[in-house]
Design a protein around this ligand. Structure first.
Ligand code: PLP
Length: 338
């Protein structure tokens, strides 16, 4: 029985074609700047996002960290969603390594920050306060695509306040495929954008930070400082190129599978989910708390892995087929009928 892993879209395994291009990749020493495959990936990704330059990093966390370290100095501040990855899931790296103070506030249900609320948090020029430098957004956030004109509104806002604008675009291509906008269109209002290659795109490792040439030059220095300078990393970059060239359009399949999963679950008594809220490859379903443990154990007995939370977050990806969705639903039906 093939396992079905719905914990995250990070769990995908490279397929035979991806492994073949990795094995055949031309490499050099990227710290010396002469790994041709890494250079190609950085050029490809930055062109796709409409930015001057790109930087290949081992993880999205390091990509966002290097963005923070480049945008902000010691005693500076960035404004960020309380539930955003760059605030809550990155180990406080900006504070730990950069002396950068986060100013979090709650995200609205559509994943935006209310710019009226943000305005009250921008600090005046007075030595009592940290210097507010940066506004940090995320798209998609919890599987939701930011409203189409929100990036432009945020741009006008930061311009008014002399701030810079970073996008954690770990899943920007899910947002692009869902909304019909280009990734470059979504990225345009932002000074800098990070993307993940190892989520829905299916590469084993990697993130790209994109932005202006001078910014990326400085970020490259920070990548070295935090230990992210890699050597023959063309082996990994080759997988990233393959993913960008072959795995974008198919994200629509993940979205269709998530919608199918949500519609199936909504039909069951005891599952709390509004399929209308599902936009991309992530769904959240509430489950009776007293049956959650036995439910998760029942799934595991049937070769199905889910991340332990309530509501349960289920994520579709390259290694989840529509048949897998149907098998999952029949296992759930079996549990609920028992
Ligand atoms: C996964 C993710 C990241 C980066 O995480 P890594 O595991 O370090 O690659 C950043 N932002 C968001 C929204 C993510 O989902």
């Amino acid at each position: 029985m093939k396992p079905i892993d719905l914990r995250s879209d990070t769990v995908t395994r490279p397929g035979p074609e991806m492994r073949r291009v990795m094995a055949q990749a031309e490499v050099g020493d990227d710290v010396f700047g002469d790994d041709p495959t890494v250079n190609s990936l950085e050029e490809l990704a930055s062109a796709m996002l409409g930015k001057e330059a790109g930087l290949f990093l081992p993880s999205g966390t390091q990509s966002n960290l290097c963005a923070l370290l480049t945008h902000c100095g010691r005693g500076d501040e960035y404004i960020v969603g309380q539930q955003a990855h760059t605030y809550i899931y990155e180990g406080g790296g900006g504070a730990a390594l950069g002396g950068i103070q986060p100013q979090p506030l709650d995200l609205e249900t559509d994943g935006t920050l209310d710019l009226g609320k943000v305005e009250k948090l921008v600090k005046p020029d007075d030595f009592h306060f940290a210097r507010t430098r940066l506004l940090c957004l995320e798209n998609t956030t919890n599987g939701r695509v930011l409203p189409r004109d929100y990036g432009e509104q945020a741009r006008a806002f930061v311009d008014r306040h002399g701030l810079r604008l970073h996008l954690d675009g770990a899943r920007i291509f899910n947002a692009a495929v869902k909304s019909g906008q280009s990734a470059a269109g979504i990225a345009a209002p932002f000074d800098t954008v990070s993307i993940c290659l190892s989520k829905g795109l299916g590469a084993p490792v990697g993130s790209i930070l994109t932005g202006g040439a001078d910014f990326i030059h400085e970020a490259r220095r920070w990548r070295k400082v935090v230990g992210g300078g890699m050597r023959q990393s063309g082996l990994l970059a080759a997988a990233g190129i393959y993913a960008l060239e072959n795995h974008l359009e198919r994200l629509a399949d993940d979205h269709a599978n998530a919608a199918r999963l949500a519609a199936g679950l909504a039909a069951f008594e005891g599952c709390e989910i509004d399929p209308g809220t599902v936009q991309t490859n992530m769904i959240y379903v509430g489950f009776p708390p007293d049956r959650l443990e036995t439910f998760i154990a029942h799934l595991a007995d049937n070769g199905i892995l889910v991340y332990h939370s309530n509501p349960l977050r289920l994520v579709t990806h390259l290694d989840v087929s529509s048949e897998d969705v149907d098998r999952f639903l029949s296992v759930v039906a079996g549990f609920l009928a028992a």
